[in-house]
Design a protein around this ligand. Sequence first.
Ligand code: MOS
Length: 699
Amino acid sequence: MTTVTRPASAVGAAHTRVEGRDKVTGAARYAAEIPFADLTHGWLVLSTVARGRVRALETDRVLAMPGVLAVLHHGNAPRVDTDHVQLLGTPPDPTAALFQDDRVPHAGWPVALVVAETSEQAREAAEVMVVHYDREPHDVAFHAGRPDIHPVDGQVPAVTGKGELEAELAASAVVLDAEYTTPEEHHNPMEPHAAAARWDGGRLDVVDSNQGATWVQDGLAKLFSLDPGAVRVRSEHVGGGFGSKGVRAHQVAAVMAATVLQRPVRVVLTRRQMFSLAGHRSPTSQRVRLGAEADGRLRALEHRSLNHTSTVLDFVEPGAGVARVMYDADAHHTANHVVRLDVPHPTWMRAPGEAPGAFALESALDELAEKCGIDPIALRVRNEPTAGPVSGLPFSSRNLLACFEEGARRFGWADRDPRPGVRRDGRWLLGTGTAASSFFAGAAPSTAAVTAEADGTFTVRTAASDLGTGARTALTLIAADALDVPPDRVRMRIGDSDFGPAMIAGGSMGTRSWGWSITAAAAELRERLAPGVDIPPEGITVRSDTTEAIGALAQKERHSFGAQFAEVAVDVATGEVRVRRMLGIFAAGRIVNPLTARNQLVGGMIWGISMALHEEAVRDRASGGNVGADLAGYHVAAHADIPHVEADWVDDPDPDDPVGIKGIGEIGVVGAAAAVANAVWHATGVRHRSLPIRPDRVL
Ligand code: MOS
């Protein structure tokens, strides 16, 4: 037997981003910065009406402007095939099927693309082009009282139910019945959407900013009826996505124009255009009814959620889903409904479903604790289920109570006076709050290739996308351990659809899914590299596909969990709410890179503060569009809004994952807004059931 000296495990040790130097020196280039010879520039023209038809476009004057090469619109654009299902099982986003007819289903719908030699020429022409519409009355009014709501099965069933709800409520010692609302919210990744497309020897070559190169490759191939092998999508560096960076209007517009002009075309969205073209989180209206014994044990739980969708396609923001995992009750009913309005099509955004759902449910739990006169953590301990409340399945692991225990200890929860509105610091009222967090922990099939190079290094190729999260670095560490070599001998290549099918950076499943395929390929490669094997100049490559391994996983409730804690100060004169400190303790699988994991969890919690106090897109009923659709009108938490935020974790390796990973992409935001809102109640004695908790609502 040979003796192998195993390097210390790379997974679990803090590692700075492998591309960090490239990013801070500007060497890392993003989609809109990558040069193409003979490049032209497209600028989208968006509708100014919220419903109707395009009657005419005055293109002649625009075509005579300097540098203008073409105007594409529904009368002359290439046809696309919209009758297909995308890689992730969803139909194409309606906004991506652009220029197919004259119908305008919402304000900010793309009606034309002006292509010119320079971006400035394209923009000027797009802005002066006159478009005539036949207007129709529109309706963007979202509220719970609408008669035209209907249940929609999204990625989860619309309705679940067991037990007699009304009977259990009637038999309960304590009943809570409350409505919660969350506003329309927008992703606002730092890097706006951008894509350049060109035809290169019969192959479509697209450089893009996205959450999955093979996702966009698959979508473009289907839209344009191309062989997937004839489409290459690259996305090396991405400045945030949060659910918004899939197959969208800018890539499709760039491909159309490149096809018509037979020149490379780049289309970049402005921040303002992103408000109608990048998707958004629908507003929600949620009703939670809880019935409990005097000691807090739940007899009845009902969670109903309503969101808006476009008139073109149903999208469900499944707010009621979180209750299906968190708490059991003798009668347990949940339902997700939608109402179709003349609004842009919503999409996944930062823990879709869980983030607004946990605001309602975890606020309601806090209200119930108050009514029962018991501690909010004790209430959650009392209602901790032993199996999935709706599914009946065992949990793969559920360490929620360990999170509360550790969080309470570090936050100093034991010293908390439960009475609201009794602590003062000058003009500030002080309070603390807590909430639970959970997010689905899944894995999806991916492929990877690992090459042993002749020089003793290894090259790993997988079509992962690093949105800035540190995924590239995490995968480097996973590969190093799987190959039993130090991380500096691993070269990680990602963001290229030519590397083969892979999960997207989404659903908190990216790193786990890609890591699984890398681990599988590396294991096989090590077997091939028996001592004495000569490595040829082209190296030895092993490919993996995890479809079978992941398909064979036993049915379990698979989730990450967490406990969020917040301390707030409320200015009783101005209504200003300041978060003073925040702590999140998570049970979210084995943590691959503590440095970037902490960044990501803290980032999620900051989004939670932002959701609780700031973010709100206002839809104007008269125009049907967003008011203040930019980063001045739509306030995202800035440095000055954010206090000391701490994130940590308890030991929680996933028993069914080769590395023990669960996924940390979204759990940080879930429950964070409820923890802040519960702290505002504790500070003031007033419940805030509508987000954001703006100063004018506090007063
Ligand atoms: Mo996330 S909302 O799955 O990008």
